[in-house]
Design a protein around this ligand. Structure first.
Ligand code: PAF
Length: 281
């Protein structure tokens, strides 16, 4: 496995692969890799000649009060995992290279960046869209892989690729869960044992939503009410939002007809967790 830190070397490496006729799959990450990331890597390997993984904890997508400095960075472990998964190239640029002196140009995200997580994380999706656009320009992938756990991010990146004419197919793969249902996330590392057990309430609340919709409940408000009740029964847990939205536009739906995404953000202790499911009535 090649490890490249230099941005221009990476650009050149990817260009040479493409010129040689190889298809390029790209898995952008912030590291602290888990089974969710590995499922993206494995899918990329099935669908492409070359798989490239990036690890970059992107300062532009963290607010001033957020966990940028604390974000886990197990560099050696991540590199070993990529090697084990037969990744062809691991790209680990520095913040200095990505946002050098005089950096000035950001991608403006429309309304979809201001709803759901965007309400409490101002500028977050602007930072995500900017770094993803930069990475797409560096790697020029044929396919890029994202997890459905970050549903809002995936919808925004799909729009970005279409709006800005990136010729990359955006592949969004199902959330990988631990045995008891907790969605895999690098931030799960922050949870104490008791919080980990409290965090199971997220997937349970989503399962309740699925069950209610399956039994014929169509009123989003009623589903949200019962999910809230279930979650609030836990002491260390606070709800940031629970919403049922159109999976394409992220606009809230009052009555569920057809496809809908049930989205939630919950604080367990000091850790903010998100999760979602898609339902189809
Ligand atoms: O999902 C993530 O890990 C990040 O938001 C991404 C897409 C790598 C951009 O920094």
């Amino acid at each position: 496995m090649k490890i490249i830190s230099d941005l221009r070397k990476m650009q050149k490496f990817c260009l040479l692969q493409k010129r040689a006729g190889c298809s390029l799959g790209f898995v952008p990450t912030m590291g602290a890799l888990h089974e969710g990331h590995l499922s993206l890597i494995r899918c990329s390997e099935k669908e492409n000649d070359i798989t490239c993984v990036s690890i970059f904890v992107n300062p532009a997508q963290f607010g001033p009060q957020e966990d940028f400095t604390r974000y886990p960075r197990p560099l050696r472990r991540d590199a070993a995992l990529c090697k084990k998964e037969n990744v062809d190239v691991l790209f680990r640029p520095s913040a200095r290279q990505m946002y050098g002196a005089g950096f000035h140009s950001f991608i403006e995200v429309g309304e979809m960046g201001g709803v759901l997580c965007g309400r409490s994380r101002k500028g977050h999706f602007r930072g995500v869209a900017t770094v993803v656009a930069k990475l797409f320009n560096i790697v020029q992938p044929d396919r890029a892989y994202f997890g459905r756990k970050d549903f809002q991010q995936a919808v925004i990146i799909k729009r970005l690729a279409e709006d800005l004419n990136f010729s990359v197919a955006i592949r969004v793969l199902p959330t990988v869960r631990e045995k008891q249902g907790l969605a895999m996330s690098s931030r799960n590392a922050y949870l104490s044992r008791a919080e980990r057990s409290d965090a199971l309430v997220l997937s349970r609340a989503l399962a309740l939503a699925r069950k209610m919709a399956g039994a014929g409940e169509r009123e989003a408000r009623e589903i949200i009410r019962q999910m809230t009740q279930l979650i609030m029964a836990r002491k260390r847990v606070g709800i940031e939002y629970i919403e049922i939205v159109d999976p394409e536009t992220l606009a809230p739906v009052a009555r569920i007809t057809g496809k809908a995404a049930v989205m939630l953000a919950v604080r367990v202790g000091k850790t903010r967790l998100i999760d979602n499911i898609l339902i189809n009535t």
